[in-house]
Design a protein around this ligand. Structure first.
Ligand code: ZN
Length: 83
């Protein structure tokens, strides 16, 4: 699975960085810190500053929620299909 550069991936229960694939804070401007469970929680992220946002969950409600969460980013529909 690959994403366009600088893409924040918002999912139902967690979010991740499209560049490095690691967990991310969906409210942050960029990937500055790793979230999630386990010993890497709180470690530095890859540092990319997101320009795009997408979700792996299809459907209008998740699309709306993602857009509402990050109106500052360019929403990409079904970015997972780009490969
Ligand atoms: Zn990253």
């Amino acid at each position: 699975m690959s994403y366009p550069p600088k893409t924040l991936v918002v999912d139902r229960f967690s979010s991740s960085c499209g560049d490095c694939g690691k967990s991310a804070d969906p409210s942050s401007k960029g990937h500055y810190v790793l979230l999630g469970w386990g010993p890497t929680h709180g470690n530095p992220g890859c540092g990319v500053e997101w320009e795009n946002v997408t979700t792996n969950y299809a459907g209008p409600s998740m699309e709306e929620a993602t857009k509402n969460l990050r109106p500052d980013l360019n929403y990409i529909r079904e970015a997972r299909l780009l490969d």
